[in-house]
Ligand binder design. Structure first.
Ligand code: NAD
Length: 253
């Protein structure tokens, strides 16, 4: 018996990194998973891995910052598996720059992809959740929401996720829907490798420095985040709502 037997989950940005680990974890515990990324081809690798391991998944291409794509993607997953129970808003990007160099486009792109997408996906999925009086929404915030040099756009979008989360928890709680967020610290993925290179470090050196500054003396893995997302998507946490759980090895700054 898996915690997600009979459940259908959607994970956005699940072609790689944290999203792929979340999709695999939910599938390992019984969920049928809609693996969403910018193109179906990008998402296919994760869906194939899940199916190869004995699970059920489909790959769906969608730019989750676009309303029409979101509507089509949720309809595709509901059409394939019959319903939708769990939404994980994971898709996210960075366009780092100090304020005086940050362009309008840097701001708009990051806020749109990181925050508008969570609003659009949540609005689309709540139709299913409210009708069936059951649903779980887990969104990815970040430690950067507390402030991070060069990330005004990203930090604002991730702080926005916290406000969206606490508000949707109030609105949707009466309909059997739990809404929470996870705020990771440094997780070793393509995103943090790109940050390392941008500030002039080899990814290994950047990770080593981050591990030394972290109380548990290591950086996080995508699986560390997937474990907490799975807890928040499961029924055992059904009295937890409106929360942002920080998963950062104790590295608050
Ligand atoms: P990643 O760059 O490895 O993966 C992000 C995925 O999102 C990619 O597959 C990408 O194609 C997809 N994506 C981007 N824009 C999209 C769009 N418009 N529509 C659909 N898919 C889109 O990133 P990651 O490190 O795995 O991060 C995943 C999430 O966790 C992000 O929201 C990120 O902000 C957050 N996060 C990461 C860290 C970290 O240290 N890696 C820390 C805090 C928060």
């Amino acid at each position: 018996m898996g915690r997600f037997d009979g459940r259908v989950a959607i994970v956005t940005g699940a072609a790689q990194g944290i999203g792929a680990a979340i999709a695999r974890r939910l599938a390992d515990e019984g969920a049928q998973v809609g693996v969403i990324d910018l193109t179906a081809e990008r998402a296919q690798g994760t869906a194939d891995e899940i199916v190869k391991a004995g699970g059920a998944a489909i790959a769906v291409g969608a730019d989750v910052s676009k309303t029409a794509d979101v509507q089509a993607a949720v309809a595709a997953v509901a059409g394939e598996f019959g319903h939708v129970d769990i939404l994980v808003n994971n898709a996210g990007i960075t366009r780092d720059n100090l304020l005086f160099k940050m362009t309008d486009e840097d701001w708009d792109t990051v806020v749109t992809v990181n925050l508008r997408s969570a609003f659009l996906m949540s609005r689309e999925c709540q139709k299913h959740f409210v009708a069936q009086k059951y649903g779980k929404i887990v969104s990815l915030s970040s430690r950067s929401a507390r402030g991070n040099r060069g990330q005004a756009n990203y930090a604002a979008s991730k702080a926005g996720i916290m406000g969206l989360t606490s508000t949707l928890a109030i609105e949707l709680g009466p309909f059997g829907v739990n809404v929470n967020a996870v705020a990771p610290g440094y997780i070793a993925t393509a995103m943090t490798d790109a940050t390392a290179k941008r500030v002039g470090f080899a990814p290994e050196d950047f990770q080593k420095a981050s591990a030394e500054a972290t109380p548990v003396r290591r950086v996080g893995t995508p699986e560390d985040i997937a474990a907490v997302v799975a807890f928040l998507a499961a029924d055992e946490s059904s009295f937890v709502s409106g929360q942002t759980i920080h998963v950062n090895g104790g590295a608050d700054r």
